[in-house]
Write a protein that binds this ligand. Structure first.
Ligand SMILES: Cc1cc2nc3c(=O)[nH]c(=O)nc-3n(C[C@H](O)[C@H](O)[C@H](O)COP(=O)(O)OP(=O)(O)OC[C@H]3O[C@@H](n4cnc5c(N)ncnc54)[C@H](O)[C@@H]3O)c2cc1C
Length: 472
């Protein structure tokens, strides 16, 4: 591993250019900043981007200095691995691996999601039916624990417990500073086929077949996700890696990717994207969420600078809305009640997915809905999907009129109850309302208590319940 490809931080005065030395300085700064935080102050990352949706209590305490931890240390094409710093965004990571014809096994859709964030806070994409979640391609990682030590955690060995308990711990056991991950070969292009379904049960049955066989209509399938627009209009998008030259579509300009999926034909709609554009197909319009800001209005889109057509910019608009309560003020002016934000990703066992979707479309007026199958290869106690079993991630990110009974979290609670009833799981990046006992039953409480005792004995870091449910 010799090639230093740090694109995250650039050259910085007083910091060595040599990859290993530079990484050492980065870790040293992190540890010093950790020690400088007073014992009674909360520990937070001082980081510019975040894809965490739940509101958090503001703090004036100094944050952890991760400013030099945003790069790729090395890519090794021979072993198909990369050493990556914990706060490296997938945008930078992919930029470093694609020139070698390689990509991380799972690339979450939003460019500013970091490798450490995706491993500790989970991520998913259209390769997850083959490759599981992002943490399943981590070979080893260095973690600054709550005890202030740097330890190397791997599937076997002294810190194997931390390795397995890290996914879904959201920085409450420690912070990953370096991760060695596996990479997989990619081709220059992805051919996609958007297959239309008029019936959700048929879609789920077909999805099960694809996951099982990796083939659809005689063609190998490397990537799978889906979109439900309504109970009678839903699509599976099946992607195949290809090196065959030919025209490609561009959805970073005037065309909007999710609209390109829709058609009314019995035959699949076939399209081609460069692999780079395929990986980021959802970022330009943040799936479909950019429509809330007018970015899909053809007139406005023409004027909207290209560099601001990306999820990290929409995040800034959301932050402004949160700060000044813009959406609720507009609703109030129109004489309408405030809205409840329902931004969630849930995993439901394949065989219960159609049931969940029918329930969801009936009860929660949000569309479209994103689907992504996933199969875990191992047991991860804090997010206990059963290994080898197919689940379907269902993602919905919008708001609905608030419950007339006055409960500001009514719809989210209904989602939690239904997912639990169907033996599914819910990601914790957004609002959660579980009672404490139930929460620990669902998210590996017993294992977590042991890990917390070992790696954060003085409770310098928040605990998962306080972070995920109490929004601390
Ligand atoms: C609307 C929306 C849609 C989403 N859709 C998807 C999706 O489609 N696919 C997908 O994969 N994910 C999705 N996510 C979830 C996202 O992957 C997770 O929220 C992830 O944790 C964000 O990573 P980040 O790097 O932005 O971390 P941050 O938002 O900065 O942090 C998330 C948490 O991780 C902790 N953390 C960050 N870095 C580290 C580290 N190096 N070590 C330990 N802990 C750390 C932080 O303390 C924090 O608790 C979505 C989120 C939202 C809000």
């Amino acid at each position: 591993m010799a090639e230093f490809v740090d694109r995250g931080t650039g050259t910085i005065a007083g910091v060595p250019d040599d990859a290993a030395a530079r990484h050492d300085v980065a870790v040293q700064r992190l540890v010093e900043s950790y020690r400088a935080i007073p014992d009674d102050a909360p520990v937070r990352l001082a980081k510019k981007t975040s894809n965490l949706f739940r509101a958090r209590v503001r703090t004036d305490a100094p944050g952890l200095d991760v400013s030099l931890l945003g790069g790729v240390i090395a890519v090794d094409p021979a072993t198909r691995t990369a050493d990556v710093q914990g706060m490296c965004t997938y945008e930078h990571l992919v930029e470093a691996t694609l020139p070698h014809g390689l990509a991380p096994l799972v690339v979450p859709q939003l460019k500013t999601i970091t490798l450490g964030g995706a491993v500790t806070g989970l991520g998913i994409e259209s390769t997850s039916f083959r490759n599981g979640l992002p943490h399943e391609s981590v070979l080893e990682m260095d973690v600054l624990t709550g005890a202030g030590e740097i330890v190397t955690a791997a599937p076997e060995g002294e810190h194997a417990d931390l390795f397995h308990g890290f996914p879904n711990s959201y920085g409450t056991l420690g912070y990953a500073t370096r991760l060695r991950i596996a990479l997989e070969p990619v081709e220059p292009f992805v051919e996609v086929r958007h297959v239309r379904f008029h019936d959700l049960d048929a879609l789920v049955a077909s999805l099960g077949d694809v996951v099982e066989t990796g083939i659809h209509d005689g063609r190998p399938v490397d990537y799978v996700d889906g979109v439900v627009f309504s109970a009678t209009e839903a699509y599976l998008t099946l992607g195949t890696k290809t090196s065959e030259a030919g025209p490609t579509s561009d959805y970073t300009g005037q065309q909007v990717y999710y609209r390109s999926i829709q058609h009314d034909s019995g035959e699949p709609r076939v399209d081609r994207l460069s692999t780079h554009d395929y990986l980021w197909r959802w970022d330009t319009d943040w799936f479909w969420c950019s429509r809330a800001f007018g970015a899909q209005n053809p007139l406005l889109r023409r004027l909207w600078p290209r560099r601001y057509r990306r999820s990290s910019f929409y995040w800034k608009l959301i932050a402004l809305d949160h700060r000044f309560d813009v959406a609720d003020r507009i609703e109030a002016r129109k004489g309408r009640p405030p809205r409840e934000r329902v931004v969630q990703d849930v995993e439901v066992p394949l065989e219960r997915t159609a049931q969940f979707l029918h329930w969801f479309l009936r009860e929660i007026p949000i569309e479209p809905v994103w689907l992504c199958p996933v199969r875990s290869h191992d047991r991860w106690p804090l997010y206990p999907l059963r290994p080898g079993e197919t689940y379907v991630n269902v993602g919905f990110w919008s708001s609905i009129p608030r419950d007339p009974g006055g409960d500001p979290g009514a719809a989210n609670k209904l989602v939690e109850a239904t997912v639990t009833e169907l033996d599914g799981h819910k990601s914790l990046y957004s609002d959660s309302y579980y009672g404490e006992d139930q929460f620990w039953r669902l998210y590996g409480g017993e294992t977590y208590t042991g890990l917390k005792r070992r790696y954060d004995p003085d409770s310098r870091l928040l605990d998962l319940y306080s972070k995920a449910v109490k929004r601390k």
